[in-house]
Design a binder for this molecule. Structure first.
Ligand code: ZN
Length: 264
């Protein structure tokens, strides 16, 4: 099961995606962000082939919570110590874009803008201060692809990451949110630049599994429906140049493709 957000008669709507006669089709639409799959299944009928829809970012999060160094090999490649507890930081909602939207390199401020392909987790139910042993799955609506675009030189220079991670267009998300994934069993997360494979990880290699991450974040802040967690990137991060095309593929979700341009 999956859903998207799309442009429909000049307004943005959410849509349930189902196979109709072998074609992926938006069969139900909703004006507001879904909090559950049953809400989507009971929504207004629609009949639009997914291929004809102009897709938008499938989430409008109040915040994007990211995990730094959640794969051992990536921590090593950046010469950082292996963390003993999750490292979290935020990306602003203004950084979020959808499939096909341009990533704009702020080339007068940064000479090194990297891709970071990640599994994204979409929250479905408000979540604050989970107790040890609480099941996190009821709080997760589904999964998507995220590109945690990073100005690597500014990340090193600033000592904290707000600027490096926070530029507009630095958080491509999509193409859809899918339910039927099990990150605990292992989901492949791949990044390609101009068709060439650059990152190839699996979520079984997480240093901190998803239940630990959600539990950890919820001790700090209330996670709201529609909020997005970017679960960290595997090894192989590298620079993006103007004219590049970057694709993040999460098994069971699909491929998020964005062109790269310089900020005018
Ligand atoms: Zn990241």
């Amino acid at each position: 099961m999956s859903y998207c957000r799309f442009q429909y008669q000049n307004v943005a709507r959410y849509g349930l995606i189902e196979k109709v006669r072998g074609v992926e089709t938006i069969t139900r639409t909703l004006a507001t962000a879904p909090r559950s799959w049953s809400e989507l299944e009971g929504a207004e009928r629609c009949d639009l082939p997914l291929g004809e829809a102009r897709l938008l970012s499938p989430v409008e999060p109040s915040k994007v919570v990211c995990i730094g160094r959640n794969y051992r090999e990536h921590a090593i490649e950046l010469k950082h110590p292996i963390p003993t507890e999750p490292l979290i930081f935020l990306k602003p909602p203004s950084s979020v874009i959808g499939i096909g939207d341009n990533i704009r390199r702020p080339h007068t401020l940064s000479q090194r803008v990297d891709h970071e392909g990640e599994l994204g987790v979409v929250i479905g139910k408000r979540c604050y201060r989970l107790r040890p042993g609480d099941d996190v799955r009821p709080y997760v609506l589904g999964y998507t692809c995220v590109n945690d675009v990073t100005a690597r030189d500014l990340q090193e220079k600033d000592g904290q990451w707000t600027r490096a991670k926070g530029f507009d267009t630095f958080c491509p998300v999509g193409p859809v949110v899918a339910a039927d994934l099990d990150p605990w069993k292992g989901v492949s997360v791949q990044t390609r630049v101009n068709g060439q494979l650059r990152q190839n990880g699996t979520t079984v290699d997480f240093l901190f599994p998803l239940d630990v991450l959600v539990h950890f974040i919820s001790q700090v802040m209330t996670l709201e429906p529609g909020d997005l967690i970017a679960t960290g990137t595997p090894a192989g991060v590298g620079p993006l140049q103007p004219g590049d095309s970057v694709e993040i593929t999460v098994e069971g979700v699909g491929t998020l493709k964005n062109p790269v341009l310089n900020l005018e």
